[in-house]
Design a protein around this ligand. Structure first.
Ligand code: ADP
Length: 450
């Protein structure tokens, strides 16, 4: 088996032209030739044994020499270095001609000589360009005419002369030429069709490649723009913090020192201004947090989600607090994630579940997960007011809120942060909800992400 593989590889290197693409028909023509040589060589050596036996028994020395020459030619085609591929192909065709003429001469209608001539044309149409196949038809015609001449002159001891008369030879040889011509016409048709299909495929592939390239460039530009935008958001919100702190401080001083001297209305205005400044601080902090996801918080670690949920419980409720029976979680896995981000993700979803609770019942949050082999799938389910399906996509957009500040305070950034974190972990986030019954937020996170 090992030697057979070595032999096959050797023939392939001799009989295949490197650098031709699979979409070029000559790749397949050459492969066919190489495979023919691969199998024909051992077969011709095997055929040599009965050939020798036959030749010795029937005293046909010419056949014996031809068999020997054909086997040697095959060896040369397969192993002789330095020959061009075209020359190897021509050598094989000549060797076939030699065998077929001798078979015709020695065996006449009892040998496969005529069949060989047909095979030569078919083979030439498969491995050469069109004009070579045409040349074999002309060659076959000349051979038929030559044997016809021998029959006509009744010259020599050939079996063709012995077995055929002129009429039967014309009938047999014209049939052969007819079949050769049909092969010559049909096989190139097939190849032309194949070449057209290959060309079309190549054109489509090239177009696809160009589109992919354009898409890649657009994506890179988009990423660059996103990065710029995030940096801008970071710098803008960072720089806004200081003047805002000043406004807050002076408002506080104004309230403290002058509230007694001001009337009720003025005090109310100060209260609004302080409230507004507080909201703006929250907004800036959330914006800063949003811009940090995937930019500042990037370090991957093993995160035990049970610890994350415990920490969230501690953040929300005092120990021993009765209302601490709000967050329920299965035994959660340890995942590979950015710890700060994972915590923020669960915290935002849990706090929303509590914030948007239905006042008619105590809030309950259930956290569970599924192992999806390549991903983790988590769900955070609440029994709150629910979300109308119409908004189930838009709530993940930044600043998108469904309630007035007076009903539920917030900045509309929490879920946008969640989405960004999930995408950072190569996952997706979505919500399923029934207004009045509660919402379940699902998200996936890839186990191995980059
Ligand atoms: P915020 O809570 O600060 O308004 P979010 O981005 O966290 O911002 O949420 C966006 C909107 O989605 C909220 O204004 C709210 O209307 C809706 N929402 C989010 N979570 C829930 C929930 N668990 N139940 C009902 N509505 C929710």
């Amino acid at each position: 088996m090992k030697y057979w593989e070595i032999y096959k590889q050797h023939v392939l290197t001799q009989c295949i032209e490197p650098g031709i693409e699979e979409t070029n028909l000559f790749y397949w023509r050459n492969s066919l030739f190489a495979m023919t040589v691969q199998y024909l060589l051992p077969l011709s050596v095997i055929a040599f044994v009965p050939g020798v036996y036959m030749a010795v028994v029937t005293d046909m020395t010419l056949l014996l020499i031809t068999d020997l020459l054909a086997a040697l030619t095959m060896i040369a085609i397969a192993f002789l270095p330095g020959l061009s591929l075209q020359f190897r192909k021509i050598l094989l065709t000549f060797s076939l001609y030699m065998v077929s003429v001798v078979l015709l001469y020695e065996l006449g209608m009892y040998g496969p000589g005529l069949l060989y001539l047909l095979v030569i044309t078919i083979f030439a149409a498969l491995i050469f360009e069109y004009r070579y196949a045409l040349a074999t038809v002309v060659g076959n015609l000349l051979i038929c005419v030559a044997f016809g001449g021998l029959i006509y002159l009744d010259w020599g001891s050939s079996q063709v002369v012995v077995q055929y008369n002129m009429d039967s030879w014309i009938a047999v040889s014209s049939n052969l030429l007819f079949l050769c011509t049909v092969s010559l016409l049909l096989i190139p048709q097939l190849f032309d069709g194949l070449q057209r299909a290959f060309d079309r495929r190549k054109a489509v592939e090239e177009e696809l490649k160009e589109n992919q390239q354009a898409l890649k460039i657009s994506l890179e530009q988009l990423e660059e723009k996103n990065e710029e935008l995030e940096k801008f958001a970071y710098i803008a919100s960072h720089d806004l913090k200081e003047p805002l702190r000043m406004v807050q401080n002076f408002m506080y001083l104004l309230q403290k020192k002058y509230s007694e001297h001001l009337d009720k209305k003025a005090n109310k205005y100060i209260h609004f201004a302080v409230d507004g400044a507080k909201r703006m601080t929250r907004l800036i902090n959330d914006l800063l947090e949003y811009s940090r996801v995937g930019r500042v918080h990037t370090e991957k670690t093993e995160v035990d989600l049970n610890e994350v949920v415990d920490a969230i419980r501690r953040d929300f409720f005092e120990e021993g607090d009765e209302s601490s029976d709000v967050i329920h979680a299965n035994d959660l896995p340890v995942i590979e994630a950015v710890e700060v981000s994972a915590k923020m993700l669960f915290q935002n979803l849990v706090s929303n579940g509590i914030k948007y609770r239905d006042e008619s019942r105590p809030p309950k949050i259930f956290i569970s997960y599924e192992d999806l082999q390549t991903h983790w799938k988590f769900s955070v389910k609440d029994n709150g007011i629910g979300i109308h399906p119409e908004y189930s996509d838009r709530i993940f957009d930044i600043f998108k809120r469904l309630h007035a500040e007076s009903d539920y305070s917030g900045t509309g950034i929490g879920l946008a942060i969640c989405k960004k974190i999930v995408e950072q972990h190569d996952g997706e986030i979505w919500v399923e909800s029934e207004p009045g019954a509660g919402s379940t937020f699902y998200f996936t996170m890839k186990k191995e992400w980059s």
